[in-house]
Design a binder for this molecule. Structure first.
Ligand SMILES: [Zn+2]
Length: 92
């Protein structure tokens, strides 16, 4: 038999327990470098700096991202064409 509570938990105790089930709002501060809003104790996502140290090279990252996106668009188009060709040949 499973463990059973000996006494009923009062409404007060139940509600006191439930009072702690809430989400904490992350503290948002202004970045000292670029003045953008950022989460405290985290790297700034608009300039990539934390405590005057560059953590993320955003210029490089943005370039890589743009290159990737451009590539994937072309690749997707060619993939769709290939798939269409394959499906037509497979049916025959
Ligand atoms: Zn910043």
């Amino acid at each position: 038999m499973a463990a059973v509570p000996k006494n009923k938990r009062s409404k007060s105790k139940r509600d006191m327990k439930r009072n702690s089930y809430k989400l904490a709002i992350p503290s948002i501060v202004e970045c000292p470098r670029c003045r953008a809003k950022k989460i405290a104790h985290r790297v700034c996502l608009s300039c990539g700096y934390y405590k005057n140290n560059m953590i993320i090279n955003l210029d490089k990252k943005n370039k890589e991202k743009a290159e990737k996106q451009a590539k994937t668009k072309k690749e997707r188009k060619s993939e769709i064409k290939n798939k269409a060709n394959q499906s037509t040949t497979a049916k025959k």
